[in-house]
Design a protein around this ligand. Structure first.
Ligand code: IMP
Ligand code: MG
Length: 177
């Protein structure tokens, strides 16, 4: 068990299990995009650890760009997202894969997709390590999902609780009081 500020968390997905799933996601991408070039767009801050482990297993010609959008404060969504900051790569006619740590309501990813489509990419798909189907409000589910998880708050492996816990190797789940 770990304590971050006022909340207790218990281990949920172990490091080895995460890394195994990350490499199998990369294998799926390698297969599906064979003969193509891919531009990965990683969403900061949460996806930094996932992106770096995943891209090490990618064998396709690729580029990676890190962008930022506004995020959560505390354990519930504000339900709004700001502009996309930091997209330096030209994505016109390119195959784009968005890398996310977690898709919860799907509002963030929806907004990002809309913003990216303005640049006329050849295709845009989502690769997320975690997906909460019970919280999801969007129409199109992410194409590549590592783990579908219950609608409970998680931290670690890049994910934070009020900016704490991103450094933890495992994924922890909020402990019920
Ligand atoms: P959405 O817009 O509701 O899909 O939320 C997406 C963003 O909210 C993610 O990129 C995370 O930064 C954050 N988020 C959602 N659920 C969690 C969680 O359980 N732990 C930590 N961050 C979360
Ligand atoms: Mg995020």
């Amino acid at each position: 068990m770990i304590q971050l500020q006022d909340k207790s968390f218990e281990v949920f997905i172990k490091e080895a299990e995460i890394l195994k799933e990350v490499s199998s996601l990369a294998e799926m991408i390698n297969k599906e995009y064979q003969g193509k070039e891919v531009i990965f767009i990683a969403i900061l801050n949460g996806a930094f650890m996932f992106s770096s482990d995943l891209i090490k297993c990618i064998t396709l010609p690729c580029e990676i760009s890190f962008v930022k959008v506004s995020s959560y404060k505390g354990t519930t969504s504000k339900g709004r997202v700001d502009e996309l900051i930091g997209l330096s790569t030209k994505i016109e006619n390119k195959h784009v894969i968005i890398l996310e740590d977690i898709v919860d309501t799907g509002i963030t990813i929806d907004k990002i997709k809309t913003l990216l489509h303005i640049e006329n990419p050849a295709s845009v798909k989502i690769c997320t390590l975690l997906f909460k189907p019970d919280a999801f409000l969007g129409k199109v589910e992410p194409e590549f999902v590592g783990f579908s998880i219950p609608n409970k708050f998680v931290v670690g492996y890049g994910l934070d609780y009020n900016e704490k816990g991103r450094n933890i190797k495992e994924i922890y789940q909020l402990k019920e009081e």
